[in-house]
Write a protein of this length. Structure first.
Length: 189
């Protein structure tokens, strides 16, 4: 039997085949890089919900003062009690609650919801407490689990899966392109 030789693939077909299987992972890497830069380069709060705990005119004035200084960065509201603030924190309605007290002001946060938000709220209310001449006590009512202190374990797992998938994508398309010679089965004896 004579074997028929298939024509050699044209260089243009080879180049197109290789580029088609490399463009997708390259675009994924570019997209991931831009997403990281956009999210982590210079984060700033925008309408971050916070609360001042208490009732009466002093609480209203303090809440309005914080709102005026922060502008659009904070969404300041008042809550009547510490228990109400804790409930709002654990249900992620607010990022932090400031409990004014002349001797021991307190900031209540839930860092398991967002460590970055808890840090931002602490930066906002530390000067407020300092202006009252008292150190700020920070109470975390929902700390992250001990195995994942930053609360970002799942995020980085998904990043690893994405990178492995992008790394494997070119290998999935490495079959012969149209017009490439294919291995023929060996003749059986």
């Amino acid at each position: 039997m004579s074997a028929t030789a298939e024509p050699a693939p044209r260089p243009r077909d080879v180049l197109r085949h290789v580029l088609v299987h490399l463009v997708t992972p390259l675009l994924m890497c570019l997209g991931m890089g831009l997403a990281y830069m956009g999210a982590f380069v210079t984060p700033e709060p925008h309408e971050l919900p916070v609360a001042v705990v208490g009732s009466g005119p002093q609480t209203q004035v303090l809440a309005q003062t914080v709102k005026d200084k922060a502008g659009d960065a904070l969404d300041v509201r008042t809550l009547a009690s510490r228990a109400e603030a804790t409930d709002a924190l654990t249900s992620l309605e607010i990022a932090g609650a400031y409990v004014p007290d002349a001797k021991a002001p307190e900031l209540i946060v839930a860092s398991a919801g967002s460590d970055m938000s808890a840090t931002a709220v602490q930066k906002v209310f530390t000067p407020v407490a300092a202006a009252q001449g008292a150190p700020l006590k920070v109470t975390d009512v929902a700390p992250p689990v001990s195995d994942d202190p930053t609360g970002q374990g799942l995020f980085f797992l998904l990043v690893a899966v994405s990178i492995c998938s992008a790394r494997r994508a070119p290998g999935c398309g490495c079959g012969p392109a149209p017009g490439w010679p294919r291995a023929s089965p060996s003749p059986s004896a």
